[in-house]
Design a protein around this ligand. Structure first.
Ligand SMILES: [Mg+2]
Length: 228
């Protein structure tokens, strides 16, 4: 990860590309919601419920989060509701005012639509999180289809995910781009067979975090950089 200028600039040959795969959290939507929810809000509620300090709650929760990172459990709201003894869905709904679309995302979606590109939302997010976010942002209609990892049976960090997705939606590997804020996912997509130039790293995933460019993949800060 590097600050400052990107190592690789994103250049897309729009004549060739007909399919756009887009991640949701951090890519289209401000990751501040997710970070705040899990790192600040849940610890407060967990501490109150268990009559422990917020500090202790943070420590306990972080250890549990870490064990599940990159797995399907990580995004499974039912799993966390059970694991933590909290109603995670209703807590998320309570905080939904923090769910926001990143700047220029709507412009980009409209641009792709106008140019007859097929747009797919491809997310590790749980279907219940997805429902809350689509209701709040109203962007669902831009997508040909929305695919949650639970439907595929594995997380996007697994190269096999992309093979299964190829079968599910029948995209052509040479005419597709993927935008993501998670390098591990881009690594997996590259292993599957995408070329580097087709993999776009979103360097500003949260409105409250600095820009961090990828050393391995072309980076953008905002989607307006892909509109020509
Ligand atoms: Mg993401």
């Amino acid at each position: 990860m590097i600050l400052g200028k990107p190592k690789f600039e994103a250049k897309i040959d729009w004549q060739v590309i007909d399919t756009i795969l887009l991640d949701m959290d951090g890519t289209l939507l401000d990751k501040h919601f997710d970070d705040y929810f899990w790192e600040e809000y849940v610890p407060v509620v967990f501490a109150e419920k268990n009559k422990i300090s917020i500090f202790d709650a943070e420590e306990k929760l972080l250890a549990r989060y870490r064990k599940k990172e990159g797995s399907l459990d990580w995004t499974d709201l039912d799993f966390w509701s059970k694991e933590l003894g909290l109603d995670i869905v209703s807590l998320k709904k309570k905080m939904n005012y923090l769910i926001k679309v990143h700047p220029y995302v709507i412009d980009f979606l409209k641009y792709c639509q106008k140019n007859d590109k097929k747009i797919y939302l491809v997310t590790n997010a749980h279907s219940k999180t997805l429902a809350i976010k689509m209701e709040k942002t109203g962007i669902a209609n831009y997508f040909e289809r929305i695919i949650c990892s639970e439907e595929v049976g594995m997380a996007k960090e697994d190269p096999e995910f992309w093979e299964k997705l190829e079968e599910m939606i029948n995209f052509s590997k040479d005419r597709t781009i993927l935008a993501e804020d998670n390098e591990k996912v881009l690594d997996a997509a590259q292993k599957f067979g995408f070329f580097r130039d087709q993999l776009i790293f979103v360097a500003k995933s949260s409105s409250t975090m600095p820009v961090i460019h990828s050393k391995k993949f072309p980076s953008i800060i905002f989607f307006k950089e892909l509109i020509v």
